[in-house]
Design a protein around this ligand. Structure first.
Ligand SMILES: Cc1ncc(CN)c(N)n1
Length: 222
């Protein structure tokens, strides 16, 4: 029996839909998201991305081959250079200083999600870790594509969140997500059904933690 990423995604299709089509995402798309909710999300996402950078570094550490090591490095580059670069620019535009970012406490949703992924990677193997990382990379790439297809999505300068959407629909980010899916498809082809079931649990856990992250942003919770 051979499994694919699509089957993994399908195994938690209801939570996957809630994650991708969350109110936070819809409001980013039509430009109606409260600026304070976005600021709260931005600040927490900065902290999130730092921890995810550590998780991709853990993937590099756990990589047995040069190909795996290169794949982990590409994920780390996507987080550190592409996403965190934009975040820091964004924070400047939204008057959030570097000092404020460095003094921020982590919200519970940030702590729960990032430490779940790091713990899964520490106690499991490289496949467990990449499955825990997948909703982050693959999910944002998919939700950017979904947003661009929605008739209610406002593009251009009249949407204050235009640059955010553009970053996730960019060729570089979409390519990083496709590379993650290809890597997962190769590994999933060899796993037995009992192992696939464990991986579905990890994927669903990470997807639910993404939903909590949107909720945290929308309700500006700590
Ligand atoms: C919470 C969260 N999840 C995913 C991404 C996209 N890497 C992000 N920036 N933040």
């Amino acid at each position: 029996m051979s499994f694919t990423f699509n089957e993994l995604r399908h195994s938690c299709k209801d939570n996957w839909r809630v994650y991708l089509h969350h109110d936070f995402v819809r409001r980013l798309g039509d430009g109606t998201l409260a600026p304070e909710a976005f600021r709260h999300y931005l600040k927490q996402d900065y902290l999130f991305l730092i921890q995810f950078g550590r998780a991709f570094a853990l993937a590099a550490y756990k990589s047995p081959t040069l190909a795996d090591l290169r794949h982990a490095k590409a994920g780390l580059d996507a987080i550190i250079d592409l996403e965190l670069g934009l975040h820091i620019d964004y924070c400047t535009q939204w008057n959030i200083s570097e000092q404020e970012l460095n003094e921020l406490p982590e919200a519970r949703a940030t702590l729960a999600y990032t430490r779940y992924v790091l713990d899964t990677g520490n106690r499991g193997d490289l496949l467990d870790l990449h499955v825990a990382l997948a909703p982050c990379l693959v999910g944002y790439a998919e939700l950017a594509r979904w947003l661009t297809e929605q008739p209610g999505t406002v593009r251009g300068e009249s949407n204050p969140y235009e640059a955010w959407i553009a970053m996730y629909e960019s060729a570089e980010f979409q390519a990083a997500a496709r590379a993650e899916i290809a890597w997962l498809n190769e590994r999933l082809a060899d796993v037995p059904p009992s192992r696939f079931k464990q991986l579905c649990r990890i994927f669903d856990d990470a997807t639910r933690l993404e939903i909590d992250f949107w909720d945290m942003g929308l309700e500006q919770r700590m």
